[in-house]
Design a protein around this ligand. Structure first.
Ligand SMILES: [Fe+2]
Length: 363
C-alpha cells in the first residue's frame, strides 16, 4: 500500500448508509461538458455518456490521480466522484452496499487483492477492444473483470557494505546460507509477498518454493517488517544486508518526498532487478452493480491508454503497462525482464501461497 505523506489524503469511511457515503464522496470534477473525443470501444454512443457522473472506489491515494480524472472529464464530459480508502475497507463497503453502491469502478493494487474482489463477485465481466489492445493479456483477467493499469516490480535492495550486490541474481539467491542473518523480510500478511510466493509456486512448483521459503526464513535475523519502507531503512542502516521491496518505495525515498533522512538512507542502497522479476499491477474493473458501466469502461480505457497510463504510473513511481517510461528516478535502477506469469494465475494462488508461508515459518 503506498503511504506517501504528501499524497496521503484518505477519506475516513463512515460506516453507514448511502447518505453518509454520498457525503464522503469527493467530487473531483463538477463540470465538463466537452463532447467525447478519442475512440471509445464501448457500444453506447459517447455523447450519451457526457454529463454522466461515475463513482470510483480507489485503493490509491495520490493527488495526481485526481488530475487524471479531471483530464478524463475534459475529454469525455463524464464526471468522476472518487472515494479513496484502504483496499479491505473498500471491499467491505461494496459488499454491504450491494445494489445501492454508487461505485462504478473499483481500483485496487496487487493480484491478491484483485483476486479477493473477483472471488467476492464485486466485478462484472466486460469487453473492450481498446483494453485488449492496451493491456497485455497476462496483466488482465481472462474474463474481463479487471485490467492492469500500471506495473510494479518486487526487487531486491542491497547494502553494498554488508552484501556484494553481484551475488544476488535470482530470488533463489536469497535462500543461500551465505546470507544468514543478513536478510530482511516483510510480514506474511503483505499481499506483495503473497503474490511473490505465488509466482514462485507457478514457476518452480511447490516443493522448490517450500525449500526456498525455509532457506530465506533461516537467513532472517530481524523481526518481520510491517511495510517496505522501514525494511529499506533497516537495510540502509546495515541492520541487514538484503531486502525485498517494491521499487516505488525506494524511488519515493530518493525523491526526497519522505524527508532528507530517508533520501540519505535510500542513497546507501543498491537496487537489484532480478531477471526475470516478479511484476504486479494496479488494476481496475467495472463493479458488479455499476449504474454507468459504459462510462466506467471509458475511464478504465483512459487510464490504461498510453496517455492516461503514463500519468497514473508516474503518480506512484510505477512502470507503465508497456516499456519502462521516462521517470528519471526509475531509470537509475535500470531495466528488468518480467517473468511473464499472469496476474490472474498469481491471484488464484495467493491463498495457497499464504498457507505455504505460514507453515514454513514466514511470520
Ligand atoms: Fe504499496
Amino acid at each position: 500500500m503506498p503511504t506517501s505523506r504528501f499524497f496521503r489524503r484518505r477519506l475516513l469511511l463512515p460506516v453507514g448508509g448511502s447518505a453518509a457515503l454520498a457525503a464522503a464522496l469527493l467530487a473531483v470534477c463538477s463540470s465538463g461538458t466537452l463532447p467525447a473525443i478519442g475512440q471509445s470501444q464501448t457500444k453506447a454512443p459517447a455523447i450519451a455518456q457526457a454529463g454522466t457522473t461515475i463513482g470510483v472506489y480507489s485503493g490509491r491515494h495520490y493527488n495526481t490521480d485526481k488530475e487524471l480524472y479531471r483530464q478524463f472529464t475534459a475529454r469525455t464530459g463524464i464526471r468522476v466522484n472518487v472515494l479513496e480508502a484502504k483496499d479491505d475497507a473498500l471491499l467491505e463497503r461494496l459488499k454491504s452496499e450491494g445494489r445501492n453502491s454508487p461505485a462504478d469502478v473499483l481500483v485496487l493494487v496487487d493480484a491478491a487483492r484483485l483476486d479477493a474482489a473477483t472471488d467476492q463477485g464485486l466485478f462484472r465481466p466486460t469487453r473492450s477492444a481498446a483494453l485488449q489492445r492496451d493491456v497485455p493479456a497476462n496483466l488482465r483477467d481472462s474474463q474481463g473483470r479487471w485490467y492492469g493499469l500500471t506495473r510494479r516490480v518486487r526487487a531486491i535492495v542491497v547494502n553494498p557494505k554488508v552484501v556484494n550486490p553481484a551475488t544476488i541474481r535470482t530470488y533463489a539467491d536469497l535462500a543461500k546460507p551465505a546470507l544468514k542473518g543478513k536478510l530482511c523480510l516483510r510480514e506474511r500478511k503483505s499481499p506483495y509477498n503473497q503474490s511473490l510466493v505465488a509466482s514462485r509456486m507457478i514457476l518452480n512448483g511447490d516443493a522448490a518454493t517450500r525449500t526456498w521459503i525455509r532457506g530465506m526464513v533461516a537467513n532472517v535475523s530481524q523481526p518481520f517488517f510491517t511495510s517496505d519502507t522501514p525494511l529499506a531503512r533497516a537495510v540502509a542502516r546495515g541492520e541487514c544486508g538484503v531486502g525485498v521491496v517494491n521499487t516505488y518505495y525506494i524511488a519515493r525515498m530518493l525523491s526526497g518526498e519522505g524527508g532528507a533522512q530517508d533520501k540519505r538512507l535510500a542513497e546507501q542502497l543498491k537496487v537489484v532487478y532480478l531477471n526475470p522479476s516478479h511484476v504486479n499491477i494496479t488494476g481496475a474493473g467495472v463493479t458488479r452493480h455499476a449504474k454507468n458501466p459504459q462510462a466506467a469502461m471509458r475511464l478504465i480505457e483512459f487510464l490504461a491508454s498510453p496517455t492516461g497510463g503514463r500519468g497514473y504510473a508516474e503518480a506512484n513511481n510505477e512502470y507503465p503497462l508497456k516499456g519502462f517510461g521516462d521517470n528519471p528516478i526509475l531509470k537509475r535502477f535500470g531495466t528488468f525482464r518480467a517473468d511473464g506469469v499472469s496476474v490472474e494465475q498469481i491471484g488464484s494462488k495467493s491463498r495457497a501461497a499464504t498457507q505455504m508461508m505460514e507453515s514454513n515459518g514466514w511470520k
